[in-house]
Design a protein around this ligand. Structure first.
Ligand code: CMC
Length: 431
């Protein structure tokens, strides 16, 4: 029980309400408002949940003012430098860094769950070749609930674990199948002897007719991007997974709803939108026009890859990825990339602009990720799918945490009703 309280004064009645306050390990306290409605008959109003903590969590911590991102307490900078995507996945899922035997066993489990049921693979033939890969991936992941009946009991810890490994292991396979379907190329089966990102690159780019060597820089860059995208506390898609999961739906359906939420341009779809925007701007001489459009309230255009709900100083992931972006372009001999050049000029101009400074709008992780994906030869329609592969770890970790949290209740927000008051039905001839 907390000893801190928070007083709210009701000016209409002159009454006062005392609310309990809970403290986390670090970060702002939260005011418990559960007693407000039963005692005072009022709800709180917070569109976009900008001031609302929807749950307590031990997974990820963000300090948006200071640009801090911690996974299970470890700074993202240290994990990006020293760890690997699968080790980070283990950390996010289990709460502690693994010992060597634990890591080996986890990697073995992930790399032996990579194949898809053949019938599930044939589902892709039901999609048109011009289908967006996110549509295919969301559909196929949702359909996994029709195939993997042995992991549908959400209250069985072992079934939850197998489900988690399946999602993390099969998403690259599903993504590659979607990509090959759009190309009309034969699907490449996974190769379990390869590491996670090398296997992904091979499934994407190899063809049965030719030898394929994985570029180690490409595998390393992807591994880093996946570490940076693995979790981001209660973001839109993760909250969607939690909300869908809170009804007790099967875990594959909960993840499919997260994939759908990620697709939007304000969230994971931003990386694809950044490249689209840079192509539309076309040349440095047009930047000023687009910056003016972004500032114009009457124009819905926004600078994609700029701004963040939580980071108001800098996005620490953007700092790390910016460096990798330079390295990839250098090592892949693409330093003269006009898109990267344009991106740097846009970044420079926007960072000096009064509007962007005043509103604390800085380049976010997705400003750079699309440029790296492009250098690796990944088409822009696949960028958000790549994000989904990485974020699957966070979704699964949060879903697991929610299922075993005794405070979990079905997510069911209230509203401020501003529609018509009660009125009587009018027969159609009298309307
Ligand atoms: N370009 C121009 N103006 C902007 C932008 C932008 N990219 N982002 C925010 N603003 C303005 C906005 O018009 C508003 O102005 P005003 O106060 O005058 O009405 C103010 O800044 C605050 O914006 P908001 O929409 O209330 O902020 P939010 O916290 O609700 O939205 C955001 C955050 C990320 C959705 C938004 O900044 C945005 O749409 N950015 C572009 C899309 C993008 O890059 N998304 C990727 C986010 S990082 C990856 C991820 O986590 O998925």
């Amino acid at each position: 029980m907390t000893s801190k309280t928070f007083s709210l004064r009701d000016n209409s009645t002159g009454g006062q309400v005392e609310l309990d306050v809970r403290s986390g390990t670090i970060g702002p306290d939260v005011v418990e408002i559960g007693s407000l409605y039963p005692e005072k008959g009022v709800f709180t109003y917070d569109p976009g949940f900008a001031s609302t903590a929807s749950c307590s969590s031990t997974i990820t911590y963000i300090d948006g003012e200071q640009g801090v991102l911690l996974y299970r307490g470890y700074p993202i900078e240290q994990l990006a430098e020293k760890s690997s995507f699968l080790e980070v996945a283990y950390l996010l899922l289990h709460g502690e860094l693994p010992g060597q035997a634990q890591l080996d066993s986890f990697i073995h489990s992930i790399s032996t769950h990579t194949m898809m049921n053949e019938t599930l693979l044939r589902l892709f033939n039901g999609f048109h070749t011009n289908a967006h890969p996110m549509a295919m991936v969301a559909g196929v992941v949702g359909s996994m609930s029709a195939f993997y009946h042995d992991t549908m009991d959400i209250y069985d810890a072992r079934q939850r674990e197998i489900f988690s490994h399946r999602i993390i292991a099969k998403l690259p396979t599903i993504a590659a199948a979607a990509y090959k379907h759009t190309l009309g190329q034969p699907f490449m089966y996974p190769r379990n002897s390869l590491d996670y990102t090398s296997n992904l690159l091979r499934m994407f780019f190899a063809v049965p007719a030719a030898r394929y060597e994985v570029d180690p820089i490409a595998a390393e860059a992807l591994d880093l991007l996946f570490i940076l995208h693995a979790d981001h506390e209660q973001n839109c898609s993760t909250s969607t997974v939690r909300l869908a999961g809170s009804s007790g739906t099967n875990p594959y359906s909960a993840i499919a709803s997260g994939i759908a939420a990620l697709w939007g341009a304000a969230h994971g779809g931003a990386n694809e939108a950044v490249l689209g925007m840079l192509e539309e701007i076309g040349s440095a001489k047009n930047i000023a026009t687009y910056v003016d459009r972004a500032k114009d309230k009457a124009d819905p255009f926004r600078l994609m890859g700029f701004g963040h709900r939580v980071y108001k100083n800098f996005d620490p992931r953007a700092t790390i990825i910016r460096e990798m972006c330079h390295r990839v372009l250098n090592q892949m001999g693409q330093t003269d990339s006009p898109v990267f050049d344009l991106a740097l000029k846009l970044e420079e101009i926007a960072l000096k602009d009064e509007y962007f400074l005043e509103k604390q709008l800085y380049p976010n992780v997705d400003f750079y990720s699309g440029i790296i994906y492009r250098a690796l030869g990944i088409p822009s329609s696949m960028y958000t799918v790549m994000f989904a592969i990485a974020r699957s770890v966070g979704w699964v970790a949060h879903w697991q945490e929610m299922i075993i949290d005794p405070e979990t209740r079905i997510g069911r927000p209230r509203q401020l009703y501003i529609g018509a008051p009660q009125r009587d039905y009018t027969p159609i001839k009298k309307r």
